[in-house]
Design a protein around this ligand. Sequence first.
Ligand SMILES: NC(=O)c1ccc[n+]([C@@H]2O[C@H](COP(=O)([O-])OP(=O)(O)OC[C@H]3O[C@@H](n4cnc5c(N)ncnc54)[C@H](OP(=O)(O)O)[C@@H]3O)[C@@H](O)[C@H]2O)c1
Length: 274
Amino acid sequence: MEEIIPGSIIVTGASGSMGKAISMALAAKGHPVIMACRNPEKAASVKGEILSKVPQAHLQLMQLDLASMQSIREFAATFKGTRLAGLLNNAGTMPARFSLTEDGLEQTVGVNYVGPYLLTRLLLDEFAPDAHIVNVISLTAKYAKIDEDFLHKGPEDFHQLRTYASSKLALMLFSIELAKRTSLHVNMSDPGIVASDMIDLGRWFDPLADIFFKPFCKRPEQGAAPALAALETGSTAKLFKRNKCLDLQERFLKHPLAGLLWQQTARLTGLSVF
Ligand SMILES: NC(=O)c1ccc[n+]([C@@H]2O[C@H](COP(=O)([O-])OP(=O)(O)OC[C@H]3O[C@@H](n4cnc5c(N)ncnc54)[C@H](OP(=O)(O)O)[C@@H]3O)[C@@H](O)[C@H]2O)c1
């Protein structure tokens, strides 16, 4: 395997719409990028596309399935002793139907929240002291609710948008807790509504949405901009949205379940509570 270049930035879901835009922008600025992707063939084609536009890009493709704790552990283990400059938890999913990951978690919760939690915590010792962690959330988190059983919901509780929103709220609470517990820059980005595969809901009206809705959504490059700004900030626990760096509302900063969720997820993933 190729050696990891010190100062690399990991981008999860680099094969997707925003992941590609983020990887391309970082590469153009001269950052070595680790493209952490689930599907190696799709990722190789995206890598080729980036290289055709940014021939000097340093891109390393690595496989990562956030629906598998084993895949996350294997991926993280390859970074021992490297000095990463950043981690962008960009990968995400919004499945139409209930399904389980190989670890028995509901897919949305596993991929959008538990996976990034485990990955980030396993990598904590491998970051340079001034490194940046950016978690891509969504405006839906604002309307979401979680309770004590959040990690163990069954099919009867599943709702495509509500489950997605709660997974993003959990990712937000994780970001806030991590910012309190480490001296790294831990921030969030909200891309807005972006014309990507993600907003295909897997319903009969998707073709209509392609015609009447998607043209009014942001382009992936526009959705990527707040994440790129968050990777350069000197602040922590902030929300990057449009071209602004915002303070979070008190109801998130002092969420009553944030500490409990941190502990429950640590136990679930076999990590210490610190
Ligand atoms: N689009 C929007 O309007 C919007 C709004 C708010 C927030 N977001 C967030 O922005 C982020 C990027 O989404 P996008 O709009 O660019 O969607 P996208 O084009 O569908 O990209 C999603 C990426 O996540 C990857 N992914 C999905 N499941 C994975 C898994 N189990 N393991 C590893 N990677 C996995 C996908 O991999 P494959 O290429 O293999 O499918 C893809 O690369 C997501 O976190 C999303 O929730 C999007």
